[in-house]
Design a protein around this ligand. Sequence first.
Ligand code: FES
Length: 155
Amino acid sequence: MEERLSEILSPYEGKRDALIPILQKVQEELGYLPAEAMQEIARTTGLPQSRVYAVATFYAQFYFTRRGRHQTKICTGTACHVKGAARIMDTFERELGIACGETSEDYEHSLETVACVGSCALAPVVVVDEEVYGQVDSSKMSKIFDDFKETEKED
Ligand code: FES
């Protein structure tokens, strides 16, 4: 981890203004921001660790625990709520064997809610990794679960 971090952080030595891009880069590389990385970011930039944490915790895009390879977000904005987001969440929880907010033990899946993703006309909406699925019904959910199984097989 130490070697990897110094590789990622070496271009940012003393760059206090680049804190957000640094946090994004580290998360992109490691999948989350472990405590060790937060310490190293503070050391590299010369910022106090409290400042690094204050900025990172302010933005919902940053995570401090390891997450699943597939990240599923069920939209619970008003339009999606009205169109059955709770029922969709139940199905995902059952199928993935984890509750909302959890990551599976094998780190394959994380499941969470998201506020409106701006595609209300397509409600109900589910976002899997970077892909947005609209008008999600049971057949679309089956397709998503089949795709998950396919990627597991490929490993
Ligand atoms: S409420 Fe779900 S996309 Fe807007």
